[in-house]
Design a protein around this ligand. Structure first.
Ligand code: G6P
Length: 611
């Protein structure tokens, strides 16, 4: 994680960097810092949020047309002023910002200490800039060459930017494993971890690839790889509006993103699904559509909320395609010795497209002959590029750390992939296929309706906001939704919450139930409805407080539960797209009422580019 941003051009660099860092703060917010050339190479850094740094900098007269900044999610060394980036070299003529982890930093540090280097921070990043300095001195080479040589000896992941007091118009950047985008303006250049700090200035960008070094000097960009071969920059035009990355009148990004879901789900289906024409086209999966159709098993890898989307997708593929599916935490999968056969298909789900574990999992699977299909939200992201083919979710930028609209867009894409495959395989009848398309097309309107429950949910949130534990229960398609509801609450309100399959409750969690325990049931009318009703009764018999998400018009549960939240009816398979909405709102309101930082919850980051 960590966010990095840099600028060189005619403008004052500092405001561009501070604004950029605020946009990247979802990547980490333990500390922030900038480097500028103000007569000499100066570094300013501070523990805390970007605004804390900004307040400190506002008191000073700082002018520079070049600069770089960093917002940190701590890996090596606790969050404090010293460990904040940028870091100086020993002679203070170089400074570095770094996103990633240098795994062999300890041995490099020892070697450098033996040569007289002194380190101020506990970070791996400081070691890297000293290492570059050392190589430059020993080889009497240019800084770019020293960077290149250093990178050939580094183990780990990085996106770095380096500034030098001796080359006051030069930015050197490189990446391996952590993202870096270069924005090309008119006689100005931007560097950032994603395009959000860049988009208001230019939509022409170059995504740096792994093992590439970008040198921006004399108003020009040159790229080479770490083997010293010049590379031709591939310029892309981004299709992203500035409004999409601003709050647009909402108090928090998370609330904005929850309310965007009717639109984001529609955007996700746009041009792909038409019930009228009984058509489902996935432009991103063409060459490998046959591979998926003929696959004997499917492996889904993901982390966090994306993993929950994968669990729902398991039911889609089993039900519609009759295909065996395994859903794996990417972090576990990559460190086992997974059995992968030539022709197995792996679907990697990732909002950011940068999650290190998911990326490593697909690299492993790919090296063993699997076909990789990516389901990513961020266009041009590492996972999207490391996949053979895939489908973007097109949910627009998701900035709140707790994922909401990305989840429903992932479900939409995965549903479409499964349904299309089922059609090709002949495992679904034409009438069922059409029925599902019609139902999917109705989902955005039904989400809109579910969002009207906001006031009721805010009222319920107020009654439960001071509880210390919550249990979320659901069955079938609603079981992953129970997990997701619990995760949302944990992430942003710091209340302990667990999600369970409702029937498993009696094998353990039932012991937790007393009059203090709120139990959120997702009890919509589906094939396990009667069973869930029995589970509700089991909770009531132990005096638990039941909040039930039910299908509109449900009378039975109304008589048992303390609170019922009625959502529109839909097909069982599509219910997660609706039943998750009240759970997102419940966690949001509880977190706001507990005065938690909803968009930037403690210890979390949106894009986890470290393992
Ligand atoms: C982090 C985020 C979660 C997200 C997970 C996976 O933990 O805080 O919201 O679900 O990473 O991220 P991805 O970008 O791969 O979906």
């Amino acid at each position: 994680m960590c966010g990095i941003v840099a600028y060189v051009g005619e403008r004052e660099a500092l405001p561009v960097i501070i604004k950029g860092l605020k946009r990247l703060e979802y990547r980490g917010y333990d500390s922030a810092g900038v480097a500028l050339i103000n007569g000499e190479l100066q570094v300013f850094k501070k523990k805390g949020k970007v605004t804390d740094l900004e307040t400190q900098l506002n008191e000073q007269e700082l002018k520079s047309n070049i600069g770089m900044g960093h917002t940190r999610w701590a890996t090596h060394g606790e969050p404090n002023d010293t460990n904040a980036h940028p870091h100086y070299s020993l002679d203070k003529k170089l400074a570095i910002i770094h996103n990633g982890i240098i795994e062999n930093y300890a041995s490099l540090k020892q070697e450098l200490i033996s040569k007289g280097h002194e380190f101020i921070s506990e970070t791996d990043s400081e070691v890297l800039v000293h290492f570059i300095e050392d190589i430059k001195a020993n080889n009497n080479c240019t800084l770019v060459e020293a960077v290149r040589l250093a990178l050939t000896k580094i183990i780990g992941a990085y996106a770095i930017v380096i500034m030098s007091q001796d080359d006051t118009n030069t930015l050197i950047a490189a990446r391996k494993g952590s993202p870096l985008v270069i924005g090309l303006g008119k006689e100005e250049f931007f560097l950032a971890s994603d395009a959000t700090p860049i988009i208001e200035y230019t939509n022409e960008v170059v995504y740096l690839n792994d093992h590439e070094i970008a040198v921006i000097e004399n108003n020009g960009l040159k790229i080479k790889n770490t083997e010293d071969t010049p590379m031709t920059p591939y310029i892309q035009t981004l299709d992203m509006e500035l409004e999409a990355i601003e709050k647009g009148g909402y108090e928090h990004f998370m609330l904005k993103e929850i309310f965007e879901q009717p639109r984001s789900v529609l955007d996700c289906m746009r041009g792909r699904l038409s019930a009228t024409d009984a058509r489902l086209t996935l432009g991103g999966i063409r060459e490998y559509a046959g591979a998926l159709e003929n696959a004997e098993r499917l492996i889904i890898v993901a982390c966090g909320t994306s993993w929950h989307a994968g669990l729902v997708a398991e039911y889609f593929f089993e039900e519609f395609c009759r295909l065996p599916v395994e859903v794996e935490y990417a972090s576990e999968f990559r460190y086992r010795n997974p059995v992968i056969k030539e022709g197995d298909v792996v679907i990697a789900i990732s909002q950011s497209g940068e999650t290190a574990d998911t990326l490593a999992a697909i690299e492993l699977a790919r090296s063993r002959g699997a076909i990789i299909l990516g389901v990513c939200n961020v266009v041009g992201s590492s996972i999207a590029r490391a996949s053979h083919e895939g489908s973007y979710t097109h949910a627009g930028p998701e900035i709140g750390v707790a994922s909401t609209k990305a989840f429903t867009a992932q479900l939409t894409v995965l549903f479409m992939i499964a349904l299309r495959m089922a059609q090709r395989k002949g495992t679904i009848t034409e009438s069922k296929f059409r029925e599902m398309l019609v139902e999917m097309e109705n989902i955005p309107n039904k989400i809109e309706k579910a969002l009207k429950l906001n006031d009721q949910i805010e009222y319920i949130s107020d009654l439960f906001k001071d509880k210390s534990n919550f249990l979320y229960l659901g069955r079938g398609y609603n079981f992953p939704v129970a997990l997701e509801g619990a995760l949302k609450l944990k992430e942003i309100s710091y209340i302990h919450a667990e999600g369970y399959p409702a029937a498993e409750m009696k094998h353990g969690p039932i012991a937790l139930i007393d009059e203090e325990m709120p139990v959120v049931f997702i009890a919509t009318r589906d094939s396990s409805y009667e069973k869930v009703v029995s589970n509700i009764q089991e909770v009531k018999a132990r005096k638990g407080k039941v909040i039930a998400i039910v299908t509109e018009g449900d009378k039975l549960i109304n008589q048992m539960a303390e609170f019922v939240i009625e959502i529109p009816a839909t097909n069982e398979a599509l219910m997660p797209l609706l039943s998750v909405i009240p759970l997102q709102l419940l966690s949001y309101h509880i977190a706001v009422m507990r005065d938690c930082n909803v968009d930037q919850p403690r210890n979390l980051a949106k894009s986890v580019t470290v393992e």
